[in-house]
Design a protein around this ligand. Structure first.
Ligand code: ATP
Length: 241
């Protein structure tokens, strides 16, 4: 199993957001995590990273993540948060090349070959013109794409993306989704992707998990299942307890 969530119960204080969630992803796959604002999508990712107290088990390739602090350093798990702020000037290529941190010893410099790899990744996202630019001067959407490039270089087995297309224009939204599909099919990655962009899901192969449903399960992505979930979400949300 690449990912297994068993009887997960998580929340904050008295407020339970995830009630007895179980699902498993047996082979490399794309999984869209959907649901209303506040449904617990990011909380699910926090459980993967041991950043929220929970009951049950979260496993990646058989490792119980509660007892595997090196999940990120070992390349098992990579995470792209919704907001990632950089408070100092840094060139885009210098930020992207840091995705190779696992392959470096402490204080080891990045080589010309590392920078070539970073440039190649940026080219795949049609961002070569930003290589030398100061990251902090980029637009929100450009910054989001640069983080994605860095994440591609991390080369982890399972990748958690929290709304990676939130600030992107319509062209880049569909480009990024098709890139994610490529990561799964060509590179064997498993991608859990929180998204509100349901309109981009029908061409995807994979699953969706709607955390607003009373008993969320993995549903195969088809035009019909996306439509059914869209209608479900449009019908309203449960009152917050
Ligand atoms: N540290 C915390 N302490 C208390 N409540 C929290 C904490 N973090 C999040 N919450 C609450 O838990 C609920 C779920 O948050 P979460 O971020 O998981 O939602 P989400 O499904 O990712 O929502 P969105 O689509 O808006 O990003 C929210 O109502 C939020 O206010």
């Amino acid at each position: 199993m690449i990912v297994e969530v068993k009887n997960l119960v998580a929340g904050y204080g008295q407020r339970v957001l995830i009630r007895n969630l179980s699902f498993s992803v047996p082979a490399a796959a794309f999984v869209a995590i959907i649901g209303h604002n506040g449904a617990g999508k990011t909380t699910l990712f926090r459980a993967f990273q041991n950043k929220v107290a929970y009951q049950g088990q979260v496993l990646a390739k058989g490792h119980d993540l509660k007892h595997f602090p090196e999940a990120s350093g070992s390349g098992l798990l990579a995470y792209l948060p919704q907001k990632n702020i950089v408070g100092f000037p840094i060139k885009v290529q210098d930020l992207v090349v840091m995705g190779l941190f696992r392959k470096k010893r402490f204080f080891e410099n990045y080589s010309a070959a590392d920078y070539a790899l970073a440039a190649d990744t940026l080219a795949q996202l049609q961002l070569s013109h930003l290589l030398d630019q100061d990251f902090t001067t980029l637009s929100g959407g450009e910054q989001q794409l640069v983080w994605l490039a860095q994440l591609m270089l991390q080369d982890a087995t399972t990748i958690l993306l929290d709304e990676p297309t939130q600030q992107l224009d319509v062209y880049y939204k569909s480009k990024v989704f098709s890139l994610l599909q490529d990561w799964v099919v060509k590179n064997g990655k498993t991608i859990l992707c929180i998204t509100h962009d349901l309109q981009n899901l029908p061409p995807m192969q994979g699953y969706l998990l709607n955390l607003s449903k009373p008993n969320p399960i993995l549903e195969a992505i088809t035009p019909e299942s996306v439509q059914e979930n869209q209608t479900f979400l449009e019908a309203g949300r449960q009152p917050v307890l």
